[in-house]
Design a protein. Sequence first.
Length: 238
Amino acid sequence: MAQSNSSDREIGLEEALALMMPDTRLNLEIFEGPFRGIVSAILLKKEKKRIHVSYPCYMGHPIPVRREAGVNITVRTNNRCMVIRGEIEGIVKEDAPILVIRLSSKGGLWTRERQFKRMRAEIPFIARRIDRRERLAFAGKTVDVSGNGFLFETRRTLPVGTRLRVDLKIPKAPAPLPSIVRVTRVTVDPARDPKINLVAVSFDEISLEDQDRLVHHIFELEWKDSAEKRPPDSSGGS
């Protein structure tokens, strides 16, 4: 499902490090070891070839990690992002555990935000804000969805950067897909109800297994949509 883009640009390690500002939130895609999935962490310190980040959690619980496990680090700015490969070097125990990641000397890739095909689909979900200002859950439906995140409509005020715990109710899935998402964009369509916000979110935390289920569902929707648009076979039989 990943898409390439002619505007993608390779960048060196020095430029990649310059895009990583302390105290910003990074996404870590860990694809080796006992936990495989996407989590988020705060950048604490950067060096010439490595970074120190807050110890990542999944649904509020610290994840098990393996030394030398591969990880993709994503830094988002507006509608584009930088992705660089790294390896988990180890854990430093100070006031709190810190994860040390050794960065690839080959640098990274400056690319667009969307890495998966987006498909119009109404998938029900239950969401709850993670901050302390609002504990009540609310229900909604996606407008479109991809392996990176989704778009939905709401009358609620959700500023950019807001984090939500979301349970997506994928058809045929044995249970709702849990995830943590972050609001990346909020717009209003003046031609429609100006009180309805179009909210775009990206996944901050999701297991690769659940992401695969979501991408598989998008594949099925795309196949069904193509089949419905395909003209009937008029060749007939003799």
